[in-house]
Design a protein around this ligand. Structure first.
Ligand code: ZN
Length: 289
C-alpha cells in the first residue's frame, strides 16, 4: 500500500495507550533496517529524515525508497516524516515528493509567529492528507544544525499548548518536557507532571523528542501520559556506525560496502526492534487492516 499519513496512526496510538517509533534514517540500508524491524514485529512505522539528510540525498530519492518499502510490505502502515524543518519551501517540496508527515519547527520564534508559521503549513498539508507536527517550548541538545543549550531549553506551558492547538489546528504536538536531542549525560530530567497537564488540555497525539537513551520505565510513563510518537535518531546512528567501525577494526582493507553494511543493518534492525518493544507497538499494525 502507498505511504500513509501518520495522523490516524498516532491518534490510534494515543487512544490505545501505546507509542509509535519514528526513526531517523540517512541511507537506504538504514531505511531498510527499520522497515524490517517493523515487519518482524508487526509495528506501525514512521520513517523520518532531518533537513540535513533531505538536502544530502534529495527528498525525491528518500520518498521513492520509502514508497517502495511501503508497497512491498502492505501489512505495515508506513509514514514518511520530515523532522524539524524551519523552511516553508522545503516542506512544500517534501510534500510534493511524497512525504506524508512534516514538522514545522518555529519553536525558536515568539508564540504568535510560531502560530502563524504552523497555521500556514497546516493549510497546505491538511488538504493533501499530510500530517503536521509543531513544537512548543524548546527541546535541548543538537538536532542537525539546530543547537539549544541546556539552560535555554524551555519547557512548554500547558495553557499555551491548548491555545496553540486551537489556533493552528495542528494534528500533532511536540511539547518540550525535559528531553533533549543527542545522548544524555546522566538521566533525562523529564517533567512527567507537565506531560500530564498538557495531555489533559490537548487531545491531539503528543510527540516525544530525544528518545535516545531514555530508560524503559520513563518511556512507559511518557506513553501512559499521552506520548504517541517517540523520535529516535542519535542512538541508531551510533549503533549503525559502531557496527561499521567493528568491521574495519577487524579488516582495515575491507572495500566492499556490502561487507560492512550487512552487519550495520542487522545491528540497527535489532536496536529499532528494542525501541518498538519500549513503545509497546508490537502487533499494532494489525489494527489498521
Ligand atoms: Zn527533535
Amino acid at each position: 500500500m502507498p505511504l500513509v499519513s501518520s495522523t490516524p496512526m498516532l491518534q490510534a496510538a494515543r487512544a490505545g495507550g501505546y507509542c509509535i517509533g519514528a526513526f531517523n534514517v540517512h541511507t537506504l540500508e538504514m531505511l531498510q533496517a527499520v522497515v524490517e524491524a517493523a515487519v518482524e514485529t508487526e509495528s506501525p512505522l514512521i520513517i523520518q529524515s532531518t533537513v540535513g539528510t533531505v538536502k544530502h540525498l534529495g527528498p525525491e530519492y528518500i520518498a521513492a525508497a520509502a514508497t517502495v518499502a511501503s508497497n512491498l510490505n502492505p501489512r505495515i502502515p508506513i509514514a514518511l516524516h520530515l523532522d524539524h524543518c524551519t523552511e516553508f519551501d522545503l516542506i512544500v517540496r517534501c510534500i510534493r515528493a511524497g512525504y506524508t508527515s512534516v514538522m514545522i519547527d518555529a519553536s525558536h520564534s515568539p508564540f504568535d509567529d510560531n502560530v502563524a508559521q504552523t497555521k500556514r503549513v497546516v493549510e497546505v498539508a491538511k488538504p493533501a492528507g499530510v500530517n503536521v507536527e509543531a513544537e512548543l517550548g524548546k527541546v535541548g541538545g543538537v538536532e542537525d544544525d539546530i543547537v539549544v543549550a541546556d539552560n535555554e531549553a524551555l519547557m512548554a506551558d500547558p495553557d499555551e499548548c491548548a491555545a496553540f492547538v486551537e489556533l493552528t489546528g495542528v494534528p500533532t504536538l511536540a511539547p518540550a518536557i525535559g528531553t533533549a536531542h543527542g545522548i544524555y549525560k546522566g538521566e533525562p530530567k523529564i517533567d512527567f507532571d507537565r506531560i500530564g497537564r498538557i495531555a489533559s488540555k490537548v487531545d491531539v497525539p503528543l510527540v516525544l523528542h530525544g528518545g535516545s537513551g531514555i530508560p524503559e520505565e520513563q518511556v512507559r510513563r511518557c506513553v501512559a501520559l499521552g506520548m504517541a510518537k517517540m523520535n529516535v535518531a542519535t542512538e541508531l546512528r551510533i549503533v549503525f556506525s559502531d557496527a561499521i567501525k567493528a568491521v574495519f577494526a577487524q579488516n582495515p582493507d575491507e572495500n566492499d560496502p556490502r561487507k560492512y553494511m550487512v552487519p550495520a543493518k542487522k545491528a540497527l534492525k535489532e536496536a529499532a526492534i528494542e525501541k518498538m518493544r519500549l513503545c509497546g507497538s508490537f502487533g499494532k499494525a494489525n489494527d489498521f487492516r
